[in-house]
Design a protein around this ligand. Structure first.
Ligand code: ZN
Length: 140
């Protein structure tokens, strides 16, 4: 299923024969970006090496640190806002803040990481994103 230029990229013409897959739906559901049916994750956060339904090579999918950056930014705003609201309304001791915020941050991190990682992998495939490289041959 791999094309000549990039592992995981379908050969020319193959992608047009597939049914269109919404990267938003596939990413949110944790499904294969190529067929939208096979599972994307092997366990909680690890990507499968290949789709179990269509055989699409998922080993080339690499969102890098992208999901973690989004999770830090989103949860930072939410947890910071929640902490401020609780402090302004009730002035609780610090252990109450910890009791409220630690589960929100811990659970939110895992939940958001999975969703955002799925979205980034599916959009990466949809837009044929890849590492930057020069078109010209390297000089000897
Ligand atoms: Zn698939």
């Amino acid at each position: 299923m791999a094309g000549p230029d990039r592992p995981g990229t379908p050969p020319p013409g193959e992608a047009s024969r597939r049914p269109p897959v919404s990267p938003l739906r596939a990413g949110l559901a944790g499904r294969c970006p190529a067929c939208g049916r096979g599972a994307l994750f092997d366990g909680l956060l690890a990507l499968k090496p290949a789709c179990g339904h269509c055989g699409h090579d998922l080993s080339a999918a690499d969102p890098g640190d992208g999901p973690a950056v989004f999770v830090v930014l989103i949860l930072g705003i939410l947890a910071g806002g929640l902490g401020l609201i609780v402090e302004m309304r009730a002035h609780p001791p610090l252990w109450v803040h910890a009791l409220i915020l630690l589960p929100v941050i811990g659970g939110g991190t895992v939940a958001l990481l999975r969703v955002i990682k799925g979205l980034l992998v599916c959009y990466e495939y949809h837009h044929d994103a890849r590492e930057a490289r020069l078109d010209r041959d390297p000089e000897p």
